[in-house]
Design a protein around this ligand. Structure first.
Ligand SMILES: Cc1cc2nc3c(=O)[nH]c(=O)nc-3n(C[C@H](O)[C@H](O)[C@H](O)COP(=O)(O)OP(=O)(O)OC[C@H]3O[C@@H](n4cnc5c(N)ncnc54)[C@H](O)[C@@H]3O)c2cc1C
Length: 412
């Protein structure tokens, strides 16, 4: 690798998805009040351009079909950056209730924010809103960015990492933060092992307009082919008639659903959702994502940390992926700040291991819980169906247990 005119940084974050952007924003914020001479030199690198959307937005009411269910904890992270009230709150739809049921049996369970004495269970927001707010924030900090540049080659040396970009430029850093998503190039190049499997399922996402208002309720039904979620959206008139759907199903069914004309898709969707929101009046463009479960055995090496989907990819059925990634970066940013304050080497294995210790158990616990839901509901086995319906009824009637589940899912 030609290193004659390389740029050197203390930290480089590779990946400008929601997790990498948030990592960069938190690090920039943490040294906002430091004298210039004491500041770390930090860069963000991403293959795409800021606010670039891969999606056509000529959707129903122009909603971005990619949305996130944010927990209260994630909302607090954006509030701490000064982005919630100013940039995000007016686009976010609070959901006060959640209703989950099983179309193959008689089981159902409902959750209400009143049961945990909160104003809402969380918020649904379009990913592009979060992306834009974070990019504006970073623009104000002057953090250095290499956008539209892909990391092509990585060389790990004892004291630094060398990064070759596809435009031929070379960067180096003491601490490399990999936020480069589920197929992380860095994770593979650095030799991290993972435990992973493809579900053989796709998630179809789209925006829909419904006859009945969603009443700020997130609803999910478990079909024999997989879960179907309706996530409430906020429109400018606050009519409560728009939802974002995530329909997880086998690859074969996904191909069928994607190929259908709009009328047939609306019909099948309405039937699958058991007419709970009346007629499906319109559907925006449909997109699909292959679903994986993946977890890196280690999150850190000397000089390198994995965050977000690069460390763990989870089924979207409980809307936890971004939330776990945001909790990762909040934790790692805190550990870096504390280590700096104590004069420790922020890239040392000893310091980075604190991050792994704090996050790995929590992430694994959430993944196991979601996998349990997925397997329990995904099965047609009669005994399992009986057990899950009985289990749902029991949990529904046992408020303390239900509260615990809710608090875990809300990140409280
Ligand atoms: C259908 C669906 C619904 C979901 N719903 C929710 C939800 O409601 N709530 C929730 O919390 N989570 C949800 N998730 C999960 C969530 O979308 C992911 O966890 C999250 O997007 C991961 O963010 P990330 O920043 O870690 O990775 P990504 O968003 O994958 O970002 C990775 C970035 O790295 C860049 N990159 C990759 N390789 C390179 C390279 N070699 N060089 C330079 N740049 C590179 C890419 O350009 C990209 O910008 C959902 C997922 C799916 C599939």
């Amino acid at each position: 690798m030609n290193t004659s005119n390389k740029e050197s940084f203390d930290i480089i974050i590779v990946g400008g998805g929601l997790v990498g952007l948030s990592m960069a924003a938190l690090l920039a914020q943490s040294q906002e009040h430091s004298p210039a001479a004491n500041r770390l030199r930090i860069a963000l690198l991403d293959a795409g351009l800021p606010q670039e959307s891969n999606y056509s937005r000529d959707a129903v009411e122009n909603f971005d079909p990619r949305v996130s269910a944010l927990t209260v904890t994630s909302q607090q992270l954006f509030a701490s950056l000064g982005l919630w009230e100013q940039d995000l709150a007016s686009f976010a739809c609070p959901y006060t209730d959640m209703y989950v049921w099983d179309t193959g049996g008689i089981g159902d369970i409902s959750f209400s924010c009143r049961e945990v004495r909160q104003a809402q269970l969380g918020h649904i927001i379009e990913n592009t809103r979060l992306d834009r707010a974070l990019n504006h924030y970073l623009g104000r900090t002057g953090l250095e960015q290499y956008r539209g540049n892909k990391l092509r080659h990585l060389e790990r040396q004892e004291e630094q990492s060398l990064l070759l970009l596809d435009n031929g430029q070379t960067l180096s850093c003491r601490l490399l933060i990999a936020a480069d998503g589920g197929n992380s190039f860095i994770r593979q190049q650095a030799g991290f092992t993972t435990r992973e499997w493809a579900y053989g399922h796709q998630a179809i996402v789209a925006t829909v307009a419904t006859e009945k208002p969603h009443a700020q309720t997130a609803a999910q039904c478990f079909l024999p082919s997989g879960p179907l979620a309706f996530l409430p959206l906020r429109d400018s008139q606050d009519t409560q008639h728009y939802s974002s759907i995530v329909w997880s199903c086998t690859d074969a069914l996904a191909q069928e659903l994607l190929a259908m004309d709009e009328d047939q898709f609306r019909h099948d969707l309405q039937q699958a959702f058991e007419n709970r929101l009346g007629q499906i009046e319109a559907v925006g463009p449909r997109f699909s994502f292959p679903l994986w479960q993946r977890h890196a055995r280690d999150y850190v090496q000397e000089g390198l940390a994995l965050v977000g989907d690069a460390a763990h990819t989870i089924h979207p059925l409980a809307g936890q992926g971004v939330n776990l990634g945001l909790a990762d970066v909040h934790c790692l940013a805190g550990i870096i700040s504390a280590a700096r304050a104590e004069g420790q080497d922020i890239a040392s294995h000893q310091v980075l291991s604190r991050y792994q210790r704090q996050r790995k158990g929590h992430n694994l616990g959430m993944m196991a819980l979601m996998e349990g839901f997925k397997r329990g509901f995904g099965s047609d086995d009669l005994l399992l169906r009986w057990a899950r319906n009985t289990g749902l009824a029991l949990v529904d009637s046992a408020l303390p247990l239900k509260r615990q589940l809710m608090q875990k899912a809300m990140g409280l």
